[in-house]
Design a protein around this ligand. Structure first.
Ligand SMILES: Nc1ncnc2c1ncn2[C@@H]1O[C@H](COP(=O)(O)OP(=O)(O)OP(=O)(O)O)[C@@H](O)[C@H]1O
Ligand SMILES: [Mg+2]
Ligand SMILES: [Zn+2]
Length: 576
C-alpha cells in the first residue's frame, strides 16, 4: 500500500490532555482522533492494529469452543429492570428513551441481553454447557474519562458468557480455567506479560474473580504482592496478617475532656496513648439517607470496597461534618461505638481484643478511656475491612508484601445464578427436575490492550509494535521517490505483498528526514531504505525498529531475509 493513499495524519505535538505515552503516541501517529472527552474515533492506521488484536482474541475464543455472536448496544431497559441493575448501577449507565417514551440503555456490558437471548434455548441439561461471546461497543458514563482510549465513555470489549448446569461447579471451573488460559495466550501474542490477580467482584454479584493486569506506572489499579509466596491481589480485595498487640484492661469506663482533639494523632498526644489503643470510628453515608459507623484500630485505615461489599451496597461516602452533626448530634472526631443504637456498627477484627482503649464519647470535646471491646460495646459484626499498606505481612505466609500499579486488561468472573434466576432461565435435568443454570463472564478491553502494548513498547521517537499486531510488517522508504529508486521500491512492494506481507511504501514527496521521523513514530517493525547511493553498490538498508540496528543487505537478498525474519517473528508470537 502506498502512503499517499492511506490517511495517516501524523502530528508533532499531542494536545495537552494527553499525559501518558500511549495516548500521546496514538494521537501523534494519526491512529485515533478525539470527538469529545472519552470518545475517540479510530483512523485507518489505528484501525488496522485494532482489527489485529480483535483477530487474536477471536482466534483464541474460537479455539476454546466459544460461539461468536454480534449483539446490539441499544437494549430495552426492561431487561435491566429484570436484573435490577437499572436501579443499582447509578450514573455510569447511559439511559435514554425512544419516541414512544420507552426506556432504553446503551449497554455497558451484556449479561442481560445474552441471558435473555439464550433463555428460550436452554431447556434441557443437554443444552449445557454453552459459551458465547461478542466483540462490540460498550457505553459507560465514567466519572473520569481519561488517558485516551484507556478509560473511555465508549469502548470496545470482547465479552464472553458461559452457562452451566446448576451446581456443576466442575463445568464452570473448566470453562473459567480455559478462559484464563486463553487470556494468557491472547496477551502474550499481543506482546504483553500479564499477571492474573485475584480481584473484587463488585456489583457483578459473583463470588470469584480474577483480573489480568500489566504492571505500569500509569495504571489505575493498585496490586499487592507477597515477596515470598505467590499471593497477589487487587488492593480492593487484598488481605494482610494482623500483627498481634497485647492489651490489658484498665478498669471501668471513664469520660474525659479532650478539647479540640479531632484526629487520632491529637487524641494520642493529648492522652499519651499509642494509636493502637484508639478505636477510630468513621461515619459513612449510604444510599437512601442511611448511615453506618465503621470501627478500626487507630493506626489502620478502612478499605471502603470491603465495607461496601459487606453492607451490600455500591456507593458510600464519608459523612460530612454537618451530616454527622445532623445524624448523630456530634461533630466528626468525637463519634464512637458506645451508646449508639440506631446506626449499624461494623468493626474490623483489629479492635476485637482492645482492652483499656480510647474511643469518642459521642459528645463534643469528650472521649472515653479504659474502653474494653465486648464489655462496653458490641458491634453488629467483626469483619475484615482493613486497607492493606506497603510492607504489611502476607495473609498466607507472613512474608512482606509490596505494592505496584497496574492496568486491568481483562476480567473473569464466576457469576453464580444471579442473572439466570432473575430471568427465570430453567431447564430439565437428567431426572426431569426444573433447575437454574449458573454462569461465568469474561471481558477484555480491546483498545485498552492496544494502549497497554504502546505503554510497554515505545521509545522517545515513537511506537515499537510487536510484529503480531503491527499495522504493517515492512515500511519501504525511498530516500527520493524517483527514477530507479522508485522503480525498485515499487517492485519490492509488489513482491513482498504477493508473498502475503503487509507493506507500506512511503511514496510521498517529502524530505527524507520527515519520512524517517514518521517511520519511527508509527513503529512498523522493519524498514527498508532505498537510496541512489546504496543502489550503486546494489544494497538497500534494513532497519529493525526494536533493536535499532541497521544492516546493509544485497538488493537481491532483501526479500528472502524479510521473509525469514517476519515469519520467525510471527511464529514466536503465535502459539504453536
Ligand atoms: N472505560 C473503559 N474504557 C476502556 N476500556 C474499559 C473501560 N472500562 C472497562 N474497560 C475494559 O473492559 C474490561 C472488562 O470490563 P469490566 O467491567 O471488568 O471493567 P471494570 O472493572 O469496570 O474496569 P475498571 O476497574 O478499569 O473500571 C476491563 O478489563 C477493561 O479492559
Ligand atoms: Mg469500571
Ligand atoms: Zn506470602
Amino acid at each position: 500500500m502506498k502512503y499517499s493513499k492511506i490517511f495517516i495524519p501524523t502530528v508533532k505535538e499531542a494536545p495537552k490532555d494527553a499525559t501518558i505515552q500511549s495516548h500521546i503516541l496514538m494521537i501523534r501517529s494519526g491512529m485515533i482522533k478525539k470527538l469529545s472527552s472519552g470518545i475517540y474515533s479510530f483512523l485507518p492506521l489505528g484501525y488496522r492494529v485494532l482489527k489485529k488484536i480483535e483477530g487474536i482474541v477471536r482466534e483464541e475464543m474460537d479455539r476454546i469452543g466459544c460461539n461468536e455472536f454480534f449483539l446490539p448496544v441499544l437494549i430495552p431497559a426492561d431487561l435491566w429492570k429484570t436484573s435490577t441493575r437499572w436501579f443499582s448501577m447509578g450514573n455510569e449507565l447511559f439511559r435514554l428513551k425512544d419516541r414512544s417514551v420507552q426506556d432504553f440503555v446503551l449497554a455497558p456490558t451484556h449479561e442481560e441481553a445474552f441471558t435473555y437471548i439464550l433463555k428460550d434455548h436452554i431447556k434441557s441439561y443437554r443444552d449445557l454447557p454453552l459459551s458465547v461471546y461478542h466483540i462490540g461497543y460498550k457505553f459507560r458514563d465514567e466519572m473520569r474519562p481519561r488517558f485516551g482510549v484507556m478509560r473511555g465513555k465508549t469502548f470496545i470489549m470482547k465479552d464472553a458468557y458461559s452457562f452451566h448446569a446448576a451446581s456443576d461447579e466442575e463445568s464452570l471451573d473448566k470453562t473459567y480455567n480455559e478462559m484464563a488460559g486463553a487470556y494468557r495466550i491472547i496477551f502474550q501474542r499481543c506482546g504483553l506479560q500479564t499477571i492474573p490477580v485475584s480481584a473484587d467482584s463488585g456489583t457483578m454479584g459473583g463470588s470469584l474473580s480474577e483480573e489480568f493486569m500489566v504492571p505500569s506506572r500509569v495504571g489505575e489499579e493498585v496490586i499487592v504482592q507477597c515477596t515470598r509466596c505467590g499471593y497477589v491481589a487487587n488492593l480492593e480485595k487484598a488481605e494482610s496478617r494482623l500483627e498481634h498487640v497485647e492489651y490489658e484492661s484498665a478498669g471501668t469506663l471513664e469520660m474525659v475532656h479532650t478539647p479540640g482533639t479531632k484526629t487520632i494523632e491529637a487524641v494520642a498526644e493529648f492522652l499519651h496513648v499509642s494509636p493502637q489503643k484508639i478505636i477510630k470510628s468513621l461515619v459513612f453515608k449510604l444510599p437512601d439517607d442511611r448511615y453506618a459507623i465503621a470501627l478500626i484500630r487507630g493506626d489502620l485505615d478502612v478499605n471502603e470496597t470491603k465495607l461496601k461489599n459487606h453492607l451490600g451496597i455500591t456507593e458510600l461516602t464519608p459523612a460530612s461534618e454537618s451530616e454527622a452533626m445532623e445524624k448523630l448530634g456530634v461533630p466528626l472526631g468525637f463519634t464512637g461505638p458506645i451508646g449508639i443504637d440506631s446506626t449499624p456498627v461494623v468493626a474490623d477484627h483489629s479492635i476485637q481484643n482492645i482492652r483499656g482503649g480510647v474511643a469518642g464519647a459521642n459528645k463534643h470535646d469528650y472521649h472515653y478511656m479504659h474502653v474494653d471491646a465486648g464489655r462496653d460495646f458490641t458491634p453488629d459484626d467483626y469483619i475484615d475491612i482493613r486497607l492493606v499498606k506497603e510492607n504489611d505481612l502476607c495473609p498466607r505466609c507472613g512474608g512482606e508484601m509490596k505494592m505496584f500499579r497496574g492496568i486491568e486488561l481483562g476480567h473473569i468472573f464466576k457469576l453464580g445464578d444471579k442473572y439466570t434466576k432473575a430471568f427465570s432461565v430453567n431447564y430439565l435435568d437428567e431426572n426431569g427436575n426444573t433447575r437454574t443454570p449458573i454462569m461465568g463472564c469474561y471481558g477484555i478491553g480491546i483498545e485498552r490492550t492496544m494502549a497497554a502494548v504502546i505503554e510497554q513498547n515505545h521509545d522517545e521517537n515513537g511506537i515499537i509494535w510487536p510484529m503480531s499486531i503491527a499495522p504493517f510488517d515492512v515500511l519501504i522508504l525511498p530516500v527520493k521517490y524517483e527514477a530507479e529508486v522508485k522503480e525498485i521500491a515499487e517492485s519490492l512492494m509488489n513482491t513482498l505483498e504477493s508473498l502475503g506481507m503487509e507493506v507500506l511504501l512511503d511514496d510521498r514527496d517529502e524530505r527524507a528526514g520527515v519520512k524517517f521521523n514518521d517511520a519511527d513514530l508509527i513503529g512498523v517493525p522493519y524498514r527498508v531504505t532505498i537510496g541512489e547511493r546504496g543502489l550503486r553498490n546494489n544494497t538497500v538498508e534494513l532497519h529493525d525498529r526494536r533493536s535499532g540496528q541497521n544492516e546493509l543487505v544485497p538488493r537481491d537478498r532483501i526479500v528472502e531475509i524479510l521473509k525469514e525474519k517476519i515469519s520467525a517473528a510471527k511464529s514466536t508470537k503465535n502459539r504453536s
